[in-house]
Design a protein around this ligand. Structure first.
Ligand code: IPD
Ligand code: CA
Ligand code: CA
Length: 259
Protein backbone atom coordinates (compact mmCIF):
# COMPACT_ATOMS: atom_id res chain seq x y z
CA UNK A 1 0.00 0.00 0.00
CA UNK A 2 2.85 2.40 0.75
CA UNK A 3 4.00 1.92 -2.85
CA UNK A 4 0.52 2.75 -4.17
CA UNK A 5 0.41 5.86 -1.98
CA UNK A 6 3.79 7.03 -3.28
CA UNK A 7 2.59 6.42 -6.85
CA UNK A 8 -0.64 8.39 -6.21
CA UNK A 9 1.21 11.28 -4.60
CA UNK A 10 3.71 11.61 -7.45
CA UNK A 11 0.89 11.32 -10.01
CA UNK A 12 -1.18 14.01 -8.27
CA UNK A 13 1.84 16.33 -8.32
CA UNK A 14 2.39 15.68 -12.04
CA UNK A 15 -1.32 16.17 -12.81
CA UNK A 16 -1.38 19.37 -10.75
CA UNK A 17 1.65 20.76 -12.57
CA UNK A 18 -0.08 20.11 -15.91
CA UNK A 19 -3.27 21.85 -14.73
CA UNK A 20 -1.19 24.76 -13.43
CA UNK A 21 0.32 25.21 -16.91
CA UNK A 22 -3.20 25.46 -18.38
CA UNK A 23 -4.13 28.02 -15.68
CA UNK A 24 -1.44 30.40 -16.96
CA UNK A 25 -3.44 31.08 -20.15
CA UNK A 26 -7.11 30.72 -19.22
CA UNK A 27 -8.27 32.75 -22.22
CA UNK A 28 -6.94 30.09 -24.61
CA UNK A 29 -8.90 27.26 -22.96
CA UNK A 30 -11.68 25.42 -24.74
CA UNK A 31 -14.60 25.55 -22.23
CA UNK A 32 -18.02 23.90 -22.36
CA UNK A 33 -20.96 23.74 -19.97
CA UNK A 34 -22.26 20.53 -18.35
CA UNK A 35 -25.11 22.38 -16.57
CA UNK A 36 -25.83 25.34 -14.30
CA UNK A 37 -22.54 26.57 -12.78
CA UNK A 38 -20.90 23.34 -13.99
CA UNK A 39 -18.14 23.84 -16.55
CA UNK A 40 -15.54 21.54 -18.05
CA UNK A 41 -12.40 22.57 -19.92
CA UNK A 42 -9.76 20.92 -22.05
CA UNK A 43 -7.56 21.11 -18.94
CA UNK A 44 -9.94 18.74 -17.07
CA UNK A 45 -9.95 16.31 -20.02
CA UNK A 46 -6.18 16.41 -20.56
CA UNK A 47 -5.34 15.96 -16.87
CA UNK A 48 -7.81 13.08 -16.50
CA UNK A 49 -6.27 11.32 -19.53
CA UNK A 50 -2.79 11.77 -18.05
CA UNK A 51 -3.88 10.20 -14.73
CA UNK A 52 -5.87 7.43 -16.41
CA UNK A 53 -2.99 6.44 -18.72
CA UNK A 54 -0.54 6.35 -15.81
CA UNK A 55 -2.88 4.23 -13.67
CA UNK A 56 -3.67 1.75 -16.47
CA UNK A 57 0.01 1.43 -17.28
CA UNK A 58 1.07 0.78 -13.67
CA UNK A 59 -1.97 -1.16 -12.39
CA UNK A 60 -3.56 -2.79 -15.47
CA UNK A 61 -5.84 -5.04 -13.37
CA UNK A 62 -7.50 -2.13 -11.54
CA UNK A 63 -10.63 -0.20 -12.56
CA UNK A 64 -10.67 3.56 -13.17
CA UNK A 65 -13.43 6.05 -12.38
CA UNK A 66 -12.78 9.65 -13.41
CA UNK A 67 -15.26 12.53 -13.33
CA UNK A 68 -14.89 13.31 -17.01
CA UNK A 69 -15.21 9.70 -18.19
CA UNK A 70 -17.66 8.35 -15.58
CA UNK A 71 -20.31 7.47 -18.20
CA UNK A 72 -18.27 4.45 -19.29
CA UNK A 73 -17.67 3.14 -15.72
CA UNK A 74 -19.32 -0.06 -14.44
CA UNK A 75 -18.83 -0.75 -10.69
CA UNK A 76 -17.19 -4.12 -9.97
CA UNK A 77 -16.81 -5.06 -6.30
CA UNK A 78 -14.02 -7.53 -7.12
CA UNK A 79 -11.70 -4.83 -8.50
CA UNK A 80 -9.66 -2.14 -6.80
CA UNK A 81 -10.83 1.17 -8.27
CA UNK A 82 -8.93 4.42 -8.75
CA UNK A 83 -11.36 7.31 -8.22
CA UNK A 84 -10.16 10.60 -9.67
CA UNK A 85 -11.22 14.19 -10.06
CA UNK A 86 -8.57 15.76 -12.33
CA UNK A 87 -9.53 19.30 -11.31
CA UNK A 88 -11.88 19.78 -8.38
CA UNK A 89 -12.95 23.40 -8.31
CA UNK A 90 -13.22 24.01 -12.05
CA UNK A 91 -15.21 27.24 -11.52
CA UNK A 92 -12.54 28.83 -9.28
CA UNK A 93 -9.86 27.47 -11.66
CA UNK A 94 -11.57 29.23 -14.59
CA UNK A 95 -11.97 32.45 -12.62
CA UNK A 96 -8.25 32.61 -11.85
CA UNK A 97 -8.81 31.80 -8.17
CA UNK A 98 -6.43 29.51 -6.30
CA UNK A 99 -8.82 27.07 -4.69
CA UNK A 100 -8.73 23.98 -6.85
CA UNK A 101 -6.94 20.67 -6.60
CA UNK A 102 -6.37 17.18 -7.96
CA UNK A 103 -8.04 14.37 -5.99
CA UNK A 104 -7.07 10.68 -6.26
CA UNK A 105 -8.33 7.77 -4.12
CA UNK A 106 -8.07 4.00 -4.28
CA UNK A 107 -11.14 2.06 -3.18
CA UNK A 108 -11.05 -1.69 -2.58
CA UNK A 109 -13.19 -4.21 -0.75
CA UNK A 110 -15.64 -1.67 0.66
CA UNK A 111 -13.08 0.79 2.02
CA UNK A 112 -11.15 3.78 0.76
CA UNK A 113 -7.56 2.54 1.17
CA UNK A 114 -5.63 5.66 0.24
CA UNK A 115 -6.33 9.26 -0.67
CA UNK A 116 -4.25 12.16 -1.97
CA UNK A 117 -5.28 15.74 -2.66
CA UNK A 118 -2.79 18.08 -4.30
CA UNK A 119 -3.16 21.88 -4.33
CA UNK A 120 -0.69 23.02 -7.01
CA UNK A 121 -0.93 26.76 -6.41
CA UNK A 122 0.28 26.32 -2.82
CA UNK A 123 2.33 23.17 -3.47
CA UNK A 124 0.48 21.27 -0.74
CA UNK A 125 0.04 17.49 -0.85
CA UNK A 126 -2.46 16.08 1.63
CA UNK A 127 -2.40 12.30 1.88
CA UNK A 128 -3.54 9.37 3.96
CA UNK A 129 -3.40 5.61 4.11
CA UNK A 130 -6.18 3.65 5.83
CA UNK A 131 -5.01 3.12 9.45
CA UNK A 132 -1.76 4.87 8.55
CA UNK A 133 -2.40 8.50 9.57
CA UNK A 134 -2.56 11.64 7.46
CA UNK A 135 0.17 14.01 6.31
CA UNK A 136 0.56 17.42 4.72
CA UNK A 137 3.76 17.56 2.66
CA UNK A 138 4.99 14.51 4.62
CA UNK A 139 4.37 16.09 8.04
CA UNK A 140 1.68 14.60 10.32
CA UNK A 141 -1.46 16.72 10.51
CA UNK A 142 -4.58 16.67 12.64
CA UNK A 143 -8.03 18.19 12.78
CA UNK A 144 -8.82 21.27 14.90
CA UNK A 145 -9.12 20.91 18.68
CA UNK A 146 -12.33 22.98 18.89
CA UNK A 147 -15.41 22.06 20.91
CA UNK A 148 -17.90 24.70 19.71
CA UNK A 149 -19.14 25.80 16.29
CA UNK A 150 -18.41 29.45 17.07
CA UNK A 151 -14.69 28.65 17.25
CA UNK A 152 -14.08 28.37 13.51
CA UNK A 153 -15.33 28.10 9.93
CA UNK A 154 -17.44 25.30 8.48
CA UNK A 155 -16.95 24.67 4.77
CA UNK A 156 -20.14 24.22 2.77
CA UNK A 157 -20.74 23.16 -0.82
CA UNK A 158 -23.67 23.42 -3.18
CA UNK A 159 -24.31 22.00 -6.64
CA UNK A 160 -27.11 21.83 -9.19
CA UNK A 161 -27.82 18.29 -7.93
CA UNK A 162 -29.67 19.61 -4.86
CA UNK A 163 -32.28 22.28 -4.16
CA UNK A 164 -31.49 25.75 -2.84
CA UNK A 165 -33.22 24.87 0.43
CA UNK A 166 -31.12 21.71 0.90
CA UNK A 167 -28.17 24.05 1.39
CA UNK A 168 -29.82 27.16 2.83
CA UNK A 169 -31.70 25.44 5.68
CA UNK A 170 -28.53 24.01 7.34
CA UNK A 171 -26.66 27.21 6.56
CA UNK A 172 -29.33 29.22 8.41
CA UNK A 173 -29.14 26.88 11.42
CA UNK A 174 -25.33 27.12 11.39
CA UNK A 175 -25.51 30.92 11.51
CA UNK A 176 -28.20 30.77 14.21
CA UNK A 177 -25.79 28.60 16.25
CA UNK A 178 -23.16 31.37 15.93
CA UNK A 179 -21.21 29.34 13.39
CA UNK A 180 -19.92 30.65 10.05
CA UNK A 181 -19.84 29.08 6.59
CA UNK A 182 -16.99 29.14 4.08
CA UNK A 183 -17.21 28.12 0.42
CA UNK A 184 -14.06 27.88 -1.67
CA UNK A 185 -15.59 26.11 -4.68
CA UNK A 186 -13.67 22.86 -4.24
CA UNK A 187 -15.23 20.24 -1.99
CA UNK A 188 -12.11 18.07 -2.05
CA UNK A 189 -9.82 20.93 -1.05
CA UNK A 190 -12.25 21.92 1.72
CA UNK A 191 -12.06 18.40 3.15
CA UNK A 192 -8.25 18.59 3.04
CA UNK A 193 -8.51 21.83 5.01
CA UNK A 194 -10.70 20.12 7.62
CA UNK A 195 -7.96 17.48 7.96
CA UNK A 196 -5.33 20.20 8.38
CA UNK A 197 -7.36 21.93 11.12
CA UNK A 198 -8.02 25.06 9.04
CA UNK A 199 -11.76 24.43 8.75
CA UNK A 200 -13.63 22.82 11.66
CA UNK A 201 -16.05 20.93 9.43
CA UNK A 202 -17.59 20.49 5.99
CA UNK A 203 -21.10 19.79 4.78
CA UNK A 204 -22.50 19.30 1.31
CA UNK A 205 -25.97 17.81 0.67
CA UNK A 206 -24.70 15.73 -2.26
CA UNK A 207 -21.15 15.00 -3.34
CA UNK A 208 -19.89 12.70 -6.05
CA UNK A 209 -17.44 9.97 -5.06
CA UNK A 210 -14.58 11.54 -7.04
CA UNK A 211 -14.99 14.75 -5.01
CA UNK A 212 -15.48 13.10 -1.65
CA UNK A 213 -13.63 9.90 -0.95
CA UNK A 214 -9.98 10.96 -0.89
CA UNK A 215 -10.86 13.80 1.49
CA UNK A 216 -13.16 11.56 3.52
CA UNK A 217 -10.25 9.21 4.33
CA UNK A 218 -7.78 12.04 4.89
CA UNK A 219 -10.10 13.67 7.47
CA UNK A 220 -10.62 10.40 9.36
CA UNK A 221 -6.91 9.60 9.36
CA UNK A 222 -6.22 13.12 10.69
CA UNK A 223 -8.43 12.31 13.70
CA UNK A 224 -11.69 13.78 12.41
CA UNK A 225 -15.09 12.17 12.00
CA UNK A 226 -17.08 11.67 8.79
CA UNK A 227 -20.20 9.88 7.62
CA UNK A 228 -17.99 7.70 5.36
CA UNK A 229 -20.35 8.08 2.39
CA UNK A 230 -18.95 5.37 0.08
CA UNK A 231 -18.85 1.83 1.46
CA UNK A 232 -19.74 -0.25 -1.60
CA UNK A 233 -18.58 -0.23 -5.20
CA UNK A 234 -22.14 0.69 -6.29
CA UNK A 235 -21.97 3.92 -4.22
CA UNK A 236 -19.12 5.09 -6.45
CA UNK A 237 -21.63 6.20 -9.07
CA UNK A 238 -24.47 7.47 -6.87
CA UNK A 239 -22.67 9.88 -4.56
CA UNK A 240 -24.12 10.87 -1.18
CA UNK A 241 -24.27 13.67 1.41
CA UNK A 242 -20.83 14.46 2.88
CA UNK A 243 -20.33 15.42 6.52
CA UNK A 244 -16.88 15.86 8.08
CA UNK A 245 -15.83 17.54 11.29
CA UNK A 246 -13.25 17.89 13.99
CA UNK A 247 -14.30 15.39 16.70
CA UNK A 248 -15.26 18.09 19.22
CA UNK A 249 -17.92 19.59 16.92
CA UNK A 250 -19.17 16.39 15.23
CA UNK A 251 -22.42 16.22 17.24
CA UNK A 252 -23.06 19.97 17.00
CA UNK A 253 -22.56 19.97 13.21
CA UNK A 254 -24.89 16.99 12.78
CA UNK A 255 -27.56 18.77 14.86
CA UNK A 256 -27.25 21.80 12.57
CA UNK A 257 -27.59 19.59 9.49
CA UNK A 258 -30.51 17.46 10.79
CA UNK A 259 -32.43 20.44 12.23
C1 IPD B 1 -17.59 20.63 -7.69
C2 IPD B 1 -16.84 21.31 -6.56
C3 IPD B 1 -17.82 22.08 -5.69
C4 IPD B 1 -18.84 21.13 -5.09
C5 IPD B 1 -19.56 20.37 -6.18
C6 IPD B 1 -18.59 19.68 -7.12
P1 IPD B 1 -16.05 20.42 -9.91
O1 IPD B 1 -16.69 19.89 -8.50
O2 IPD B 1 -16.21 20.38 -5.73
O3 IPD B 1 -17.16 22.67 -4.60
O4 IPD B 1 -19.75 21.90 -4.34
O5 IPD B 1 -20.36 19.36 -5.56
O6 IPD B 1 -19.32 19.07 -8.18
O7 IPD B 1 -17.19 20.56 -10.87
O8 IPD B 1 -15.38 21.72 -9.62
O9 IPD B 1 -15.14 19.31 -10.26
CA1 CA C 1 -15.42 17.81 -8.57
CA1 CA D 1 -13.82 18.14 -11.66
Amino acid sequence: MAERLAFAGALAREAGATALEFSRDLGALDVRSKGVQDMVTEADDTVERLVRDAVINRYPDDAFLGEESCDSFRPDASLGTWVVDPIDGTQPFLCGLRTWCVSIAWFHDGRVRLGVIYDPTHDELFSALLDGGATLNDQPMSTASVTRLDEGLVGMGHSNRVSTDDTLAPMRRLLDANGMFHRCGSGALSLAHVAAGRLIGYYEPHMNAWDAIAGDLIVREAGGRTNEPVRQATHLLTGAPMIAAAPGVWIALNEVIDG
